[in-house]
Design a protein around this ligand. Structure first.
Ligand SMILES: NC(=O)C1=CN([C@@H]2O[C@H](COP(=O)(O)OP(=O)(O)OC[C@H]3O[C@@H](n4cnc5c(N)ncnc54)[C@H](O)[C@@H]3O)[C@@H](O)[C@H]2O)[C@@H](O)CC1
Ligand SMILES: Nc1ncnc2c1ncn2[C@@H]1O[C@H](COP(=O)(O)OP(=O)(O)O)[C@@H](O)[C@H]1O
Length: 263
């Protein structure tokens, strides 16, 4: 296996879709989000918040009543109705036994690019479009029927193996994040260890979903996934400033990180 290639801010800058004077909300891209549950409604709030902060024409959020209420309370910009989208983010904050599988399968049937997280990681085979999965070590172990400690001891190798086995782009989360796709293995090491806090992955899903929706015509999923991890890590660094951080503070730092990347 080849050594992972470090993904740099200069690489990431090429994957930020900057709107022009002729753009409108639909031409920029619409992200459909099916995340959260009665048990974990906060994950839905964090993913929507992160997607909007990353920049996207519109977020459509579809989820249980309580999660929808919390999302709209925090972000009235989100549209809580079904409709056309350019990409999907599915599964953060969801237990596979407690999800709206019909809604997810309808999304997966559309052949659009899709980000699968948390409780939707097992739905890879149902997707008809390009897929990026965003597991942490224990989640990847469950998906592959492997041992989590083996994955932790060789994350780059397991990300590559998983990408081949699942025929998908795999973003394997950790202190360094590895992104594997066909013939490519990227490493992102931008994040402080303070980022190891609940909800961090939900925000990453939102950032990646927004980047995919704004490049849906020609989604280079490994490049977009590595860019998401880099933006996430830099936003964490900014929110942390050497100390602890909260995920809403991370989200609030995303616009400045993106402005600096494209400056
Ligand atoms: N704000 C939110 O609503 C959040 C929701 N989350 C959801 O929480 C669920 C579980 O996700 P995880 O990433 O934790 O799943 P993991 O696969 O890491 O862990 C599974 C379970 O193992 C147990 N466990 C593991 N390590 C433990 C430890 N050191 N001490 C105590 N218990 C431990 C916990 O009961 C945990 O639920 C997912 O559905 C996820 O989406 C998390 O994303 C955290 C934030
Ligand atoms: N020690 C660490 N240093 C830097 N980043 C980390 C560390 N541990 C976890 N992360 C990052 O934090 C996020 C955690 O995501 P995840 O495990 O899905 O958490 P959650 O389910 O609580 O949201 C990932 O982006 C991961 O790369």
């Amino acid at each position: 296996m080849t050594d992972p290639t470090p993904w740099t801010p200069a690489d990431a800058a090429r994957w930020i879709a900057v709107p022009g004077p002729d753009d409108d909300k639909y031409s920029r891209g619409v992200l459909g989000i099916v995340t959260g549950s009665d048990q974990y409604p906060g994950a839905a709030v964090l993913g929507v918040e992160a997607a909007l902060r990353t920049g996207v024409g519109m977020v459509r959020y579809l989820g249980p009543r309580r999660a929808t209420d919390l999302v709209l309370h925090r972000r009235p910009e989100a549209v809580a109705s079904d409709g056309r989208v350019q990409a999907w983010l599915l599964g953060s904050g969801m237990d596979p036994v407690d999800r709206d599988t019909t809604l997810m399968e309808r999304a997966l049937d559309q052949g659009l690019p899709v980000v699968l997280d948390g409780g939707a990681l097992d739905l890879r085979a149902r997707a008809r479009g390009p897929v990026v999965l965003t597991p942490h070590y224990r989640e990847l172990a469950r998906v592959l029927g492997a041992d989590a400690s083996e994955i932790a001891s060789d994350p780059a190798g397991w990300a590559s193996r998983a990408s081949v086995e699942l025929d998908a782009t795999v973003l394997l989360k950790g202190h360094s994040t590895y992104v594997a796709g066909p013939g490519v293995l990227l490493r992102v090491s931008a994040a402080p260890a303070w980022l190891a806090t609940a909800g961090a992955g939900d925000a990453l899903g939102g950032i990646l979903g927004a980047l995919v929706a704004t490049h849906a015509a020609d989604p280079d999923l490994p490049a977009l996934a590595a860019t998401a991890a880099l933006v996430h890590g830099l936003a964490a660094e900014r929110a942390s400033a050497g100390g602890p951080l909260t995920i809403l503070d991370l989200c609030a730092s995303i616009p400045a990180v993106i402005a600096e990347l494209i400056s």
